[in-house]
Design a protein around this ligand. Structure first.
Ligand SMILES: *Cc1c(COP(=O)(O)O)cnc(C)c1O
Length: 382
């Protein structure tokens, strides 16, 4: 057994970003400034999109995206149940109602047929989540959006590197949002990004991200001399700092290298975890690229001698950290009450939520770490 605890989702931080953070701290400007703008430009170029706005989190990006596409009180927004709370919470923050759709059991992504069933006269937008880094069925979803005149926001918190039929994820819907939270593929400790090809959305998100002010702080205090600003909206405090961008610049430069490392780990897990009472991730669909953000296994509760929760604690006993992505969101106390949900309403999301376990899957893992994870799982389940 390992003698140190293997932290789930521990990020790979290297000397370039550490040096950049230190240089920023010594530079005299640590707020939103030149490095944040450089990070936006690099991310924009990586995605091949017209506009990128760096923010304090993906939650902030989702909130602003919903706002600028016009989601307001009285509207409904279709969201998956198989997602993190922020996907639906931000709909509530806009005064609108989330309407949960079920997912496909194989891909774990939102099911276009269930989206269709949930569309009403009040539906304003659909938020899709590219679960674990696997792209949703965007052709079908965009066709529905076109037919019913709905906006589409891609919650791409898991999907920096994902592609769908030749398109980069986050550029297919009206707005794409990304997370640079500590466990994500690209980390800035806390941070996020909104991308779009729509100039109006980009300008509105930028203004709303910083108090509704017409010029950001670097423009006010920068070397062009002090400038007055106008407050044109009651905006939010959602900006990214140059300290976070210092991490992001170098994390982004290595994003493909880290992806290749995770692809190796993915292939090893796929090979060495066969023959156990677990359901492994579905094969990667033709014409798509998976971001390899999460490696999730479903404990086959009919065949395994432990429950999912027993499996989690057995992993902890063996010094291996795990995660659960996710318990079905529509059954969380707040959403049960808000939407009146009960067990059985979204059977596929509930089925996954009762079985899913995310095992360590960071580019930081050594081959020995991966061997430890595999050995622990085999010991518990065989
Ligand atoms: C992590 C996550 C978020 C929130 O990201 P933050 O940057 O922490 O706000 C949103 N949606 C999904 C699917 C996530 O996994």
């Amino acid at each position: 057994m390992r003698d140190t605890f293997l932290v789930f989702g521990s990020p790979l931080i290297e000397s370039r970003e550490i040096d950049e953070v230190v240089a920023t701290l010594k530079s005299g400007w640590i707020g939103t400034g030149p490095k944040t703008h450089r990070f936006e430009e690099d991310f924009r170029a990586y995605k091949g999109v017209k506009y990128a706005i760096a923010l304090s989190s993906c939650t902030a990006a989702l909130h602003l995206a919903l706002k600028v596409v016009g989601v307001k009180s009285g509207d409904e927004v279709i969201v998956p149940s198989m997602t993190f709370a922020a996907t639906a919470n931000t709909v509530v923050h806009c005064g609108a109602m989330p309407v949960f759709a079920d997912c496909d059991t194989k891909t774990q992504n939102i099911d276009p047929a269930d989206i269709r069933r949930k569309i009403t006269k009040r539906t304003k937008a659909i938020v899709v989540v590219h679960m674990a880094g696997r792209p949703c069925e965007m052709n079908e979803i965009m066709a529905l959006a076109k037919k019913f005149k709905l906006k589409v926001i891609e919650d791409a918190a898991h999907a920096v590197e994902t592609e769908y039929k030749g398109k980069k994820i986050g550029t297919i819907g009206d707005i794409g949002t990304f997370s640079f939270y500590v466990t994500k593929n690209l980390v800035t400790a806390e941070g996020g990004m909104a991308i779009t090809n729509n100039k109006k959305y980009a300008e509105e998100m930028r203004v709303l991200s910083l108090h509704g002010m017409s010029a950001d702080a670097w423009k006010r205090y920068g070397d062009d001399g002090y400038k007055h600003y106008d407050v044109v909206e009651a905006g939010y405090k959602y900006n990214m700092t140059d300290i976070q961008a210092s991490l992001g610049l170098h994390q982004l430069a290595r994003v493909e290298k880290n992806w290749k490392r995770r692809e190796k780990i993915w292939n090893r897990y796929m090979k060495e975890l066969t023959g156990l009472p677990v359901i492994l991730p579905a094969p990667i669909e033709k014409g798509t690229r998976h971001a390899y953000h999460l490696f999730t296994i479903l404990v086959d509760t009919d065949k395994a001698k432990v429950s999912r929760d027993q499996f989690l604690s057995e992993m902890t006993k063996r010094n291996i950290g795990t995660g659960v992505h996710f318990c079905a969101l529509h059954l969380q106390p707040f959403y049960r009450k808000l939407c009146g949900h009960k067990v059985g309403d979204l059977p596929n999301s509930e089925w996954i939520g009762d079985r899913t376990v995310s095992i360590p899957f960071s580019a930081k893992l050594t081959d020995d770490d991966v061997s430890d994870v595999i050995a622990a799982i085999k010991e518990i389940l065989s």
